[in-house]
Ligand binder design. Structure first.
Ligand code: ZN
Length: 319
């Protein structure tokens, strides 16, 4: 166990490479990948968003290989990706997402899950022995999508900009409590979203009380600001390698509320999946072996999943 292999970025391309396997600190666990999800952030990171040397990957279902709590070993888990310092004001308040000294799995200072094995503190893990791994793997992005709900009044009309992975998931996450329309540019993707019951529109017209930007493009934020009704709310979700200037005058003139939104807590996402309120599995497109990650870069579909060494074809205990 002196070294571990995984996918990192070298010269804007994925590279299967080894790194020394560090000692697992007390209260941390060693995890073996069962299923990973490839998301827009991973693709942006291959293009150069975030200066990160480690292994990629932060959406996962895994088995606990090692833990100093023996009853955790062998369990199927998902895990929150932010690891705080434990002592700053945010960490003391129980929210590691904004700790200035945090590391983030597969994004900042901590090797990610597109690897043979990886590490997280036990406190970050949530058992999901009862969930289908193809559902549970959505926990992290669904938590991020549900975070948008925090900023909205139930029942309000919402335009989601973006018919890709993130926009589709936000549409599914919000439709229980809001009147949601997903706007995109790809007829085939929009057709597929209509088939799973979402309202869609090609292109954007009119002004909306709430606009959620999830295009994954530098121009998306500007379009969101332009599509928002005066005194409306714009929620920004995309992180992009080349973020462009934004016309702040329009925000001032129209007195917009502009909110940045990132990760969310896992509990509401687990609850939404367990109750059947949100089921993103229709967005799963292809399942590849971990070794085939570069093929995910060519996908024009919604979600690519990667099978890790802990993957089996056995069905989950229930569901
Ligand atoms: Zn902290």
């Amino acid at each position: 166990m002196s070294e571990v292999f995984g996918w990192r970025v070298a010269q804007k391309a994925p590279l299967w490479d080894s790194r020394p396997w560090p000692k697992v600190p007390p209260d941390w666990t060693c995890l073996q990948l069962e299923l990973a999800g490839v998301c827009g952030t991973d693709l942006q990171m291959v293009r150069g968003y975030a200066d990160f040397e480690g292994f990629l990957g932060h959406e996962f279902v895994a088995r606990v290989l090692e833990s100093d709590q023996p009853d955790w070993v062998g369990r199927r888990v998902v895990g929150e990706i932010n690891v705080g310092c434990g002592s700053c004001r945010d960490c003391q308040a129980g929210d590691q997402r904004f700790c200035p000294a945090r590391t983030v799995l597969g994004i900042r200072g901590l090797d990610g899950c597109f690897a043979e094995r990886f590490r997280l503190p036990l406190a970050n893990l949530h058992p999901v022995d009862d969930l289908d791994p193809e559902l549970a793997v959505w926990c992290e992005p669904l938590a991020a999508a549900l975070e948008v709900r925090q900023h909205l009044t139930p029942g309000v009309e919402v335009l989601v900009l973006g018919d890709g992975r993130l926009g589709s998931l936000i549409g599914l996450a919000l439709r229980e409590d809001h009147r949601v329309t997903v706007a995109g540019r790809h007829p085939a993707k929009l057709e597929r979203l209509r088939a799973i019951g979402l309202n869609t529109t090609i292109g954007v017209s009119g002004l909306w009380p709430v606009v959620v930007e999830a295009t994954g493009t530098a121009e998306g934020a500007q379009l969101a600001v332009r599509s928002c009704r005066p005194q409306g709310t714009v929620v920004l979700k995309s992180t992009v390698a080349d973020s462009s200037g934004l016309d702040t005058n329009l925000m001032v003139v129209n007195a917009l509320r502009v909110i940045g939104s990132r990760c969310g807590p896992f509990e509401p996402a687990l609850q939404a999946m367990r109750s059947g309120q949100v089921d993103p599995r229709p967005l799963n497109d292809q399942m590849l072996d971990l070794s085939e990650f570069p093929r995910a870069l060519e996908s024009r579909g919604f979600k690519t999943l990667l099978r890790g060494p802990a993957w089996t074809d056995e069905p989950a205990a229930s569901q």
